[in-house]
Design a protein around this ligand. Structure first.
Ligand SMILES: [Zn+2]
Length: 78
């Protein structure tokens, strides 16, 4: 798992979680709502673990996207 995969996986899982929440609204099974929330939490959880600078290991801000260079150590990010 690298930071790039981690970042896209976060978005994919948040979108999947939202879709599950919509499905819950349509269908009304609470289990679907839990699955949706779990999906989003798992997506964010893995990001905290993996969305980090490969050089200094600091966690990047999730809202800023993948930076061109690390705001902490200044290394260029490809
Ligand atoms: Zn860094």
């Amino acid at each position: 798992m690298n930071y790039r995969k981690s970042f896209w996986l976060m978005w994919a899982m948040c979108v999947a979680g939202l879709l599950l929440l919509y499905l819950f609204v349509a269908v009304g099974h609470i289990a679907i709502a839990y699955a949706g929330v779990l999906c989003m939490l798992a997506g964010l959880g893995q990001t905290v673990k993996f969305f980090r600078c490969p050089y200094c290991g600091k966690l990047w801000r999730l809202r800023g996207g993948i930076p061109k260079e690390c705001p902490y150590c200044g290394e260029k990010i490809r």
